[in-house]
Design a protein around this ligand. Structure first.
Ligand code: ATP
Length: 227
């Protein structure tokens, strides 16, 4: 994949069935995003939003059709490049019983503590960090739901991806955390391509295009302004 900048997305006639399952959960999915554009995915539960996001992240390959990111068919993309250029932020954040630093870098070489502090401050965790007994060396435990969400955003900023998949939290957090998350979403999407699984209508204010899924098919798709 291109090593820097936002990545375009092109899904062409993609269909998918989970292994050992005859029934297709996605079929005939076609959509495009220019680099930097944002797509909102909506549809009732079980309509296939998460599955489509998984194809974009190449957690699975389509059984028909193709998914191209940055002009490259994901089946031909270098796995290391996929890991560094694609990023997902979901509600289910995996944190480790390890230092704050390792939880951010995921045990990869660190860009330096100054950068890590800057990122944490940027997502609204500056005061939280300042209160930790050993700063970035503090072992993570007892992190609240809101804090883990914000840590997930910090991870994403550190990864600096060209395409972000965002599975928005469906349950509300306290207003202060909500504001910090909203702010982080805006900053993370700025200058990057985004696929947003939207659970709230208000989230659609930041997307350029919307795809409505129903039983694995797109029943409505277009620019937000035209729908
Ligand atoms: P929600 O809004 O509830 O997250 P969704 O629109 O994201 O729903 P998916 O999670 O993509 O929908 O599910 C689409 C279909 O695929 C559903 O019928 C679901 O039961 C099925 N499914 C999802 N994940 C798996 C899996 N890992 N293995 C088998 N079937 C799955």
């Amino acid at each position: 994949l291109p090593e820097s900048g936002p990545l375009g997305l092109r899904v062409d006639g993609a269909g998918f069935a989970y292994p050992d399952d005859d029934e297709q959960v996605l079929s005939g999915i076609t959509l495009t995003l220019a680099p930097g554009e944002k797509l909102g995915l909506v549809g009732r539960t079980g309509s296939g939003k998460t599955t489509l996001a998984r194809l974009v992240l190449r957690l699975y390959d389509p059984v028909e059709g193709s998914v191209r990111v940055g002009g490259v068919d994901l089946r031909e993309a270098d796995p290391a490049s996929l890991r560094s250029r694609l990023c997902v932020v979901t509600q289910d954040v995996r944190l480790f019983g390890a230092s704050v630093r390792d939880n951010l870098t995921l045990f990869r070489p660190s860009p330096g503590d100054e950068r890590l502090r800057e990122i944490l401050t940027g997502v609204g965790l500056g005061d939280w960090l300042a209160a930790l007994p050993d700063g970035l060396d503090t072992e993570l435990r007892g992190v609240s739901a809101g804090e883990s969400q914000l840590l997930a955003f910090a991870r994403a900023f550190l990864a600096d991806p060209g395409l972000v998949v965002l599975d928005e939290a469906s349950s509300r957090l306290d207003p202060g955390t909500e504001r910090r998350i909203e702010h982080s979403i805006d900053r993370l999407l700025d200058g990057r391509t985004g696929v947003i699984i939207a659970h709230r209508l208000s989230s659609l204010s930041r997307v350029d295009k919307i795809a409505v899924l129903d039983h694995g098919k797109i029943i409505e798709y277009g620019r937000r302004a035209d729908l």
